[in-house]
Design a protein around this ligand. Structure first.
Ligand SMILES: [Zn+2]
Length: 122
């Protein structure tokens, strides 16, 4: 597990997620990098990330890598934050979810590291 992701997950766990954004054009840079992927500016700053995101896609997983085998079937959600940051996580608290629905981001600490989770807001 990469260090930036561990740091990112710990800040979600603290309720204060942040990400890097370009000061020039506002493009989100997550995973963090030193140069803006959009305009090549080197002036990136840390900004707060909203705790809710909009579902872009979801997929039900029936078979998985051994670490997750006893959790199948589970639902993987791709969600996009207002800031443009896109994350993948496991759905919690619902049997299914549709694109366009709003979810709250969370994390679970596991033996193999952090897992991003999304829960419906209602
Ligand atoms: Zn930029």
């Amino acid at each position: 597990m990469q260090q930036w992701f561990v740091d990112f997950a710990e800040r979600i766990d603290d309720g204060d997620p942040t990400y890097l954004a370009c000061e020039e054009c506002g493009q989100a840079a997550l995973p963090p990098r030193t140069v803006c992927p959009e305009c090549s500016s080197r002036t990136l700053e840390e900004r707060s990330l909203s705790e809710t995101a909009t579902v872009t896609a979801s997929t039900k997983i029936f078979s998985s890598i051994p670490e997750y085998a006893d959790e199948t079937p589970y639902i993987v959600v791709i969600a996009t934050f207002d800031e443009g940051v896109r994350l993948t996580g496991q759905l919690r608290g619902a049997e299914g979810i549709e694109p366009g629905e709003t979810v709250t981001v969370g994390v679970e600490e596991r033996e193999d590291g952090w897992l991003v989770t999304f829960s419906p807001t209602d």
